[in-house]
Design a protein around this ligand. Structure first.
Ligand code: APR
Length: 245
């Protein structure tokens, strides 16, 4: 892929970039996205049936098992070239913030340090009542494991539809987007709020907005630059073009 020289020059001078990532970044690791036709998780399941507090109240075991299945899928995969390209950016620029909607933990596994996991982390488990985190639990009882402190049902520490994001995380993400000089939106359909609005917050404050995505999104026509392609290919190419790596 070729990148416009003026973008390369601009990115070479960036000191405070932000990247927002979504499920597309982990697709090349072997994880399923949510909204891709046919292969996305939400093409097969309804979000409100599996990723909402109501669903958990209705049938906690179904939800626990679904997340246990996804947890195992995540354990079986490794970061890809897109994740590692973001680690390089963190090393190359003074202040880089990585905001992810992904709950798979692959950015940290790749080596990124300054990561805001807006939607939580699927490997963390907490009590649905008293919020205490559980390091271990008994999975062999045939029912949803319970909190050792209060007896409440355990659940994954992810943000479900209809739930608020953790306040400090969201505030840090908004602040980073408002203060950045370059904003990358990578592998996300950009339809889930509040994450989707971050690119616009950055753009309104004068940051250059660069999208890398396999297909067009609502952001594509609003971004300063949009590249259609796989993040595991396009991101390393961009990093190489900008920083000669
Ligand atoms: N490289 C780049 N983009 C890709 C790739 C790839 N290899 N593979 C797929 N994509 C694109 C798809 O075309 C799609 O536009 O990534 C995007 C993934 O979009 P979604 O499946 O909607 O995932 P995401 O944007 O992360 O969803 C946001 O929705 O259900 C919730 O909580 C869940 O965090 C998730 C949120």
């Amino acid at each position: 892929m070729t990148f416009p020289p003026e973008l390369i020059a601009l990115l070479r001078g960036t000191v405070k970039p932000v990247a927002l990532t979504g499920a597309g970044v982990s697709q090349e690791s072997g994880l399923r996205t949510f909204r891709d036709a046919q292969v996305g998780l939400w093409a097969q399941y309804k979000p409100e049936d599996l990723a909402s507090p109501e669903a958990f109240r209705r049938d906690p075991k179904l939800i626990w098992d679904w997340y246990a299945w996804r947890r195992e899928a995540v354990k079986a995969v490794r970061p890809n070239a897109g994740h590692y390209a973001l680690v390089e950016i963190e090393k190359l620029v003074p202040e880089f913030t990585l905001i992810t909607q992904n709950v798979d933990g692959l950015h940290r596994m790749a080596g990124s340090n300054n990561v805001l996991e807006l939607h939580g982390n699927i490997q963390r488990v907490r009590c649905s009542e008293c919020y205490t985190f559980a390091e271990t639990w008994d999975d062999d009882t045939g029912s949803v494991p319970r909190c050792k402190l209060c007896g409440g049902l355990l659940r994954p520490d992810v943000v479900w539809f209809g739930e608020a994001l953790r306040r400090e995380q969201l505030e840090s993400a908004v602040e980073a987007a408002r203060m950045c000089d370059a904003f990358f939106s990578i592998g996300t359909s950009g339809v889930v709020q509040p994450a989707a609005s971050l690119a616009y917050a950055a753009r309104n404050r004068g940051a250059v907005v660069v999208e890398i995505n396999a297909e067009p999104t609502p952001l594509t026509v609003k971004a300063n630059y949009a590249f259609q392609g796989k993040s595991g290919e396009t991101l390393p190419e961009l990093v190489k073009a900008v920083w000669n790596l």
